[in-house]
Design a protein around this ligand. Sequence first.
Ligand SMILES: Nc1ncnc2c1ncn2[C@@H]1O[C@H](COP(=O)(O)OP(=O)(O)OP(=O)(O)O)[C@@H](O)[C@H]1O
Length: 249
Amino acid sequence: MHSNEDYNAAVKVDNLHKSFGNLKVLQGISTEIGHGEVVAVIGPSGSGKSTFLRCMNLLEVPTSGKIYIQGADITSQKTDIMKVRQNVGMVFQHFHLFPHKTVLSNVTYAPKKVKNVSAEEARREGMELLSKVGLAEKADVYPSKLSGGQKQRVAIARSLAMKPDIMLFDEPTSALDPEMVKEVLEVMKDLTKTGITMAIVTHEMGFAREVANRILFLDKGMLAEDSPPSKFFTNPECDRAKQFLEKML
Ligand SMILES: Nc1ncnc2c1ncn2[C@@H]1O[C@H](COP(=O)(O)OP(=O)(O)OP(=O)(O)O)[C@@H](O)[C@H]1O
């Protein structure tokens, strides 16, 4: 795919399998995500989308197969899992903010604690990030005072504070009231323009179509289709994707 032999994809997945007991959830997924690429991972419920994403930052340990992040094999025994998670940020369906910390402290906590960033710098960068997600004026409030959409935007800012190269989003709008979905998708859309590599599990087909460079369609733990959105949403190759889209659109 790439002529330069030294090229390292942002993410390379090679024959990834994951089972929970006898349940084979991922059954031999291989793909690459290029630097700055935005991929949407879609597919029926239970097809393994979350598990696939969670393997990319080792929240789930693959049963077999390899995952390389910027050329480094994170599935090797020697991997420093904390380092991987610093570089591969994740935003979840439920926001998991620290309830006893202010919005700004939620954002500055990890850079200070894990990266030894000074309080002053962490604060400056934290405020910048909160401005980017439209929440600078909420810096000193506690999460309980925020709407779901605001909480998710803080969670995004908090993840970005570690300056990851890759961001994973696991159904980031699924737990939100409908009127809050848009504000979170807008923040994510802005993020796609920054050149950060993104993998997004989503049921928001319109959003996937608009922002993704590629659609990865999972079915029964296999990568059933890998197409650009223009093709996937108008003329998908696999029958399961056709059936899925008929239900979704
Ligand atoms: N920790 C776990 N232990 C046991 N089974 C699990 C675990 N995590 C996921 N599973 C099972 O693996 C299968 C795939 O789950 P996963 O969450 O990856 O699917 P998904 O495509 O993201 O689904 P959805 O769209 O419903 O969120 C499901 O049958 C689920 O019950």
